[in-house]
Design a protein around this ligand. Structure first.
Ligand SMILES: Cc1cc2nc3c(=O)[nH]c(=O)nc-3n(C[C@H](O)[C@H](O)[C@H](O)COP(=O)(O)OP(=O)(O)OC[C@H]3O[C@@H](n4cnc5c(N)ncnc54)[C@H](O)[C@@H]3O)c2cc1C
Length: 393
């Protein structure tokens, strides 16, 4: 049986980041990935801030396809709010190459990347952990479940499930004429019930884009009907489809996400922003705490599961507030009917509000907008009880 200090289930960006940081500290690390290559199949719109590069310290080089300075948000009835200016708010990345760059960095530090190896079973004793892959057994001291939204490790060790899942669909299109640095956002029950749809230009000419939407799982209309409604939006009505993909977004962090020698991180722990479905930067923030805790635990032999427990307070310190705030905002958003959204839009269209969003907007920390926006439009607070008193859709 092969032996490692740290077994990481899942070669996504978060698993590779943990693997790299642990290998860098001298741990023997194996990253077990079920697909035969890291990064595929794609299931992401690839919109991130530059923290996606600064946190794992990898160069942007040719991984950044485009930069985004603003957004045009469409209400269900078609009125719009434009935010943004000259400042770059987000980067559009080549997500497949990004995942590969993180995997290469982990391997460069000495981690072993095992592809085409699906973990089907796992167990822990007082002294070790072990996993079964299709072809072999691996033993280690610590097991990190970084195996995404449908985490096998989460189910095998009976962790709680995320509070909810969004179902998502995405596509790459070409042959469009978009404002290259502006993201289009569509809201409303016919296009994305409980969430939103997006059009993200992926080149500096505005001729290619990633489009997609997420919606509350099981809500109506169906994902396909919403996708058709999105394709009919005038901005992309003449687009040519390049490829299509789907995915799940877990929301509502798994808590606790440590059990003795087993830790969950990234989508496996639903460390995903409930306001945008973005999980890369939040996952990396938590991954850093996960690796830091593992490295500290190994520094004091024999390894103590009590040291591993520190991860639980640490990830909350770096991401807990934002995720909890996001879930509270999401509850309000989910209860908002299209007519509620129209009345929110009337407030958001005020120049003082758009200026406050443009000045303070940070897609990794949406909670920081709360006070500037309420200061610019105090009437928004008055509307909240009206939404909360409405019967849940
Ligand atoms: C439609 C859509 C759009 C999105 N857009 C954005 C965006 O614009 N910006 C953003 O920040 N986030 C976005 N996200 C979320 C983002 O993709 C995830 O948060 C991110 O991929 C999480 O990384 P991860 O490493 O935790 O999980 P994953 O990227 O899912 O990686 C998990 C890995 O584990 C592997 N695995 C699973 N089970 C096993 C097993 N049993 N054995 C071995 N390997 C296994 C999988 O093959 C996979 O490679 C989007 C998600 C969706 C669905």
């Amino acid at each position: 049986m092969e032996q490692y200090d740290v077994i990481i289930a899942g070669g996504g960006p978060i698993g590779c980041a943990v693997g790299r940081w642990c290998a860098n500290a001298g741990r023997t690390v194996v990253i077990v990935e079920e697909h035969n290559a890291v990064g595929s199949p794609l299931h992401c719109a690839g919109l991130v801030t530059d923290r996606a590069f600064s946190l794992p310290d990898i160069p942007q080089d040719d991984l950044v396809l485009n930069t985004i300075t603003g957004a045009e948000i469409h209400s269900p009835a078609g009125s719009t709010v434009a935010i943004g200016g000259d400042r770059t708010h987000a980067l559009v990345i080549d997500r497949v190459r990004y995942d590969q760059a993180l995997a290469e960095a982990a391997v460069h530090e000495g981690a072993t990347l095992m592809t085409d190896a699906k973990i089907t079973d796992a167990r822990q004793t007082a002294d070790n952990v072990s996993v079964d892959c299709d072809t072999q057994k691996i033993q280690g001291q610590v097991l990190v479940g970084a195996d995404g939204a449908r985490s096998t490790i989460r189910s095998l060790f009976h962790f709680t499930k995320p509070v909810e899942y969004l179902e998502g669909i995405g596509a790459e299109i070409k042959g469009v004429r978009l404002q290259p640095q502006t993201v289009l956002i569509y809201t409303g029950a016919s296009v994305a019930p409980g969430f939103f749809a997006w059009v993200i230009p992926t080149n500096r000419q505005g001729t290619k884009a990633r489009i997609g939407l997420c919606k509350s799982k099981g809500s109506h209309p169906s994902l396909q009907e919403c996708y058709t409604a999105l394709l009919n939006k005038p901005a992309i009505a003449d687009a040519e489809l390049v490829c299509r993909y789907g995915g799940l977004v877990p929301l509502g962090a798994v808590d606790p996400c440590v059990q003795s020698r087993v830790m969950l991180v990234g989508d496996a722990a639903a460390q995903v922003k409930p306001t945008s479905g973005g999980g890369i930067v939040t996952g990396l923030l938590c991954a850093r705490q996960c690796a830091r805790t593992i490295n500290e635990a190994f520094a004091k032999q024999p390894l103590s599961p009590r040291t591993i427990l520190r991860y639980q307070t640490r990830w909350k310190r770096v991401a807990g507030h934002e995720l909890a705030w996001g879930m509270a905002f999401r509850r309000l958003y989910r209860r908002s009917s299209d007519s509620h959204l129209e009345s929110w839009f009337k407030e958001l269209q005020k120049p003082a509000v758009t200026a406050a969003i443009t000045r303070n907007g940070d897609i990794d920390y949406p909670s920081r907008l709360l006070f500037p926006v309420l200061a610019a439009a105090p009437q928004l607070a008055v509307k909240v009880p009206r939404v909360l008193l409405t019967k849940r859709p």
